[in-house]
Design a protein around this ligand. Structure first.
Ligand code: 5GP
Length: 196
């Protein structure tokens, strides 16, 4: 098991409805040493892939992406969830359905911060059905930029998002892929990964 898998095994809490709580180290309290390992691991996995920018989505992607940005030495942009529909045309937008909150959010990125020459690494904490990533990919496409790759901390392999993105030919690197998890016993089984 890698560092993230070990931490999920130790501190992750399996909830009903296919939800994993990782509040104690990933998306409420943040273990920055673990984030640094994740940033370095993506850097290793995407070695040789040119990246000019990292893109994530607020809120829980930001911490991870910020540390990864340092590892890649590139600027980090996060898509904002729109509070109003007060759009001035200076924004790329996409509609995203939230897995955890079951509502729809419009996400925005200023046209200033993505350019046609950009090679964008998209990062996020979880991959479930893939709605968040589809929204981010459509924003990169709207900017005429290129998706260089996608890095995910925790992919829930029993939900369809990861397979759908791989079928589209996306280069997807998930640091931990959960095959199954059981709320009654708390047991979590990971998909075996190639050692680094
Ligand atoms: P998707 O758009 O792929 O269906 O869901 C991805 C988003 O939903 C992530 O950005 C993450 O914030 C949230 N999410 C999905 N599944 C989980 C989960 O099991 N636990 C937590 N904490 N967040 C999740």
């Amino acid at each position: 098991m890698n560092l993230l898998e070990e931490r999920i095994q130790r501190d992750g809490v399996v909830k009903e409805g296919g939800v994993l709580k990782v509040d104690s180290f990933l998306n409420h309290q943040m273990d920055i040493a673990l984030f640094r390992w994740m940033g370095e691991e993506w850097k290793r996995r995407f070695a040789g892939v040119p990246v000019t920018k990292i893109l994530t989505i607020e809120a829980s992607g930001i911490g991870i992406a910020a540390i990864a940005g340092e590892c890649f030495s590139v600027p980090v942009v996060f898509a904002k969830k729109a509070k109003s529909v007060n759009l001035d045309g200076g924004m790329y937008t996409a509609e995203v359905e939230s897995f955890t909150h079951k509502n729809k959010n419009r996400i925005l990125v200023s046209r200033q911060f993505l350019a046609p020459g950009d090679r964008v690494l998209i990062l996020d904490d979880f991959l479930a059905n893939g709605c968040a990533l589809q929204g981010l990919i459509s924003i990169v496409n709207a900017a005429g930029a290129t998706v260089a790759g996608i890095g995910i901390a925790i992919e829930k392999g029993f939900q369809p998002g990861g397979q759908a993105l791989r079928n589209l030919g996306c280069r997807l690197e998930s640091l931990a892929i959960i095959e199954e998890m059981d709320p009654a016993s708390g047991r979590i089984r990971f998909r075996p990964q190639q050692p680094g």
